[in-house]
Design a binder for this molecule. Sequence first.
Ligand code: ROI
Length: 187
Amino acid sequence: NAAAVVATNVVDRAPTAPPNKMERVYLGLGSNLAEPLQQLRDALVSIERLPGSQLTGVSSFYISDPLGPPDQPRYVNAVAALDTRLTPLELLDALQAIELEQGRVRKDQRWGPRTRDLDILLFGQRRLAEERLTVPHYHMHARAFVLYPLAEIAGELQLPDGRYLRELLADCPFEDLERLPAQQVTP
Ligand code: ROI
């Protein structure tokens, strides 16, 4: 259980330590196996329950052609906004636990199909280059299935490198994307 794992880490901090400040995080969600729509809905319910965190926005869901090997199903993609006091690595641990909740198996094939993929796209205005985590996500700048849903919930966004989301969108055609009607996300 992801929330329990993170809750333990949070409790382990010295009781006198001040809480981390809230930061706005954007998450990319993707799935192309085992009922992708339901995968995303379930992942959002788990994300909503993360300790020290509040889910503040979810984009529409989009159907997208696979980037990578074409012999795989189309994806469902979405972007969520999360306000969190978790550190980047605490959040990464929690997201990886949520990926595994439904039994995700990490496939050998690079860029192969996945049941549930949760990426940290942006973490406040931070730039991180750690072994386990690169932020901003290194492929987000040119992927329609990231940028268009992101624009729905954060149209005015400016990236840590100073570029505006709307500039990236201008160079990124809305091709191969199909926006689905608004989703109901309930536990
Ligand atoms: N392609 C699409 N359309 N959506 C994804 O979320 C996605 N995720 C991936 C790869 C395999 C690169 N391709 C994708 O990890």
